[in-house]
Design a protein around this ligand. Structure first.
Ligand code: ZN
Length: 300
C-alpha cells in the first residue's frame, strides 16, 4: 500500500456521543437498559482518564464486530481495490463463512447480557462509533504448518515528524522508495488511547480460552488495516472507537480449520471474554463487570 502524507483532508472528527441502542433479545428490566436510550453520558459516569475509569458506568455497551471480507463486492469506490479480496480459502472452507459463524456466536453470547452488538460487513459506515470494535479474520498461508492467532491495533505514523523530514529533504521526498522507507521509520503514535488496552485484553483472554499459540506474524495489513484508517478513507470507524483486528487462527492449518468450523463457540467465547474484560475494566461498564463476576468466564 502506498502512503501519502499530504493532500488528504481528514474527515471532521465526530463528536463522541452515545446513540440510541436497543439491546438485542433483551427486555431491559433489572439492568435499566430501557433508560439508557438517550444521548449524553452523565457527567459523573464519564471518566476523566481511561486508566481511572470506574467500574460502575451505567448503560448499554455497544460493540461493533466486523465480519472480515463479508460483502466485499459492495465496497465503495474509495476502497474498490479491496472488492476482490474475499479472504483466505482452504480445504473447502472460506474465511468469510468462518468469520460470520464466529461473529454470530459472539453476538449470541453478549446479547443476553444486555450488550448491543452490530455485525458489520467489509464496508464500515463512515465515522462508526462504538465502545469497542473488533474485526474478525482467519489467516491463510501456503504452509499448512503455520499456526496460531494474532491481534493488532492501528499504528499511526507521526505526521509532524514526516513533514519535518520532508521540509529538511525537499528533493529526497520525490524518491518513492526512499519516502516509503522514511515512512516506515517514522515514530508510531496512538490512533486511540484505548486501543492498546483492548488489544491486551483480547490477546490474554482469547489465548487462554482457545489454547492456541500466539503467532508473531503481525503484518502491515493488520496495523494499517483500512477500517482504522480515518486519516485516509471515509468508510472507517471513528477515531473515538477503540479497535483491534483479530486473526483467529490459520484456515490453512488443518487442525485450526477444524477447530474454527467444528467448535466456533470456543473462539467466540474467547472474543466475548476479551470484550467483556475491556468493557468492565477499561470502559467501566457495570453490566460487563457483573457478567464477569457472575461466572461468564467459567460457564461451559
Ligand atoms: Zn481476512
Amino acid at each position: 500500500m502506498s502512503q501519502r502524507v499530504n493532500g488528504i483532508a481528514s474527515p471532521a472528527r465526530q463528536k463522541l456521543k452515545r446513540r440510541s441502542f436497543v439491546a438485542l433479545g433483551v427486555a431491559g428490566g433489572a439492568l435499566g437498559i430501557a433508560q439508557r436510550l438517550t444521548e449524553a453520558v452523565p457527567a459523573a459516569a464519564a471518566p476523566l482518564s481511561p486508566s481511572l475509569a470506574p467500574v460502575g458506568r451505567s448503560g448499554v455497551p455497544h460493540i461493533g464486530l466486523q465480519v472480515g471480507h463479508w460483502r466485499a463486492a459492495e465496497m465503495p469506490d474509495e476502497l474498490r481495490r479491496l472488492r476482490g479480496q474475499t479472504g483466505a480459502y482452504a480445504g473447502g472452507v472460506s474465511e468469510v463463512e468462518v468469520n460470520l459463524l464466529v461473529a454470530e456466536q459472539v453476538r449470541a453470547l453478549l446479547a443476553p447480557l444486555g450488550i448491543a452488538v452490530d455485525l458489520l460487513p467489509a464496508t464500515i459506515p463512515p465515522g462508526y462509533l462504538a465502545d469497542a470494535f473488533v474485526s474478525l479474520h482467519a489467516d491463510g498461508v501456503v504452509s499448512s504448518q503455520v499456526a496460531g492467532y494474532k491481534a493488532a491495533r492501528a499504528e499511526w505514523r507521526d505526521r509532524s515528524w514526516l513533514l519535518d523530514w520532508r521540509r529538511e529533504n525537499p528533493t529526497a521526498s520525490s524518491n518513492r522508495e526512499l519516502w516509503r522507507d522514511v515512512w516506515r521509520r517514522a515514530p508510531i503514535i496512538d490512533r486511540n488511547p484505548l486501543d492498546e488496552a483492548l488489544l491486551q485484553h483480547m490477546l490474554h483472554r482469547y489465548g487462554a480460552v482457545t489454547g492456541l499459540p500466539r503467532s508473531p506474524h503481525v503484518s502491515y495489513n493488520m496495523t494499517g488495516y483500512y477500517a482504522f484508517n480515518s486519516r485516509r478513507y471515509r468508510h472507517t470507524i471513528s477515531q473515538d472507537t477503540p479497535a483491534i483486528i483479530l486473526e483467529m487462527a490459520y484456515l490453512t492449518n488443518p487442525f485450526e480449520r477444524r477447530f474454527l468450523t467444528q467448535r466456533p463457540e470456543v473462539p467466540a467465547r474467547g472474543v466475548a471474554l476479551g470484550l467483556l474484560s475491556f468493557l468492565a475494566l477499561d470502559q467501566g461498564f457495570a453490566l460487563a463487570d457483573q457478567a464477569l463476576q457472575q461466572g461468564f468466564a467459567t460457564a461451559p
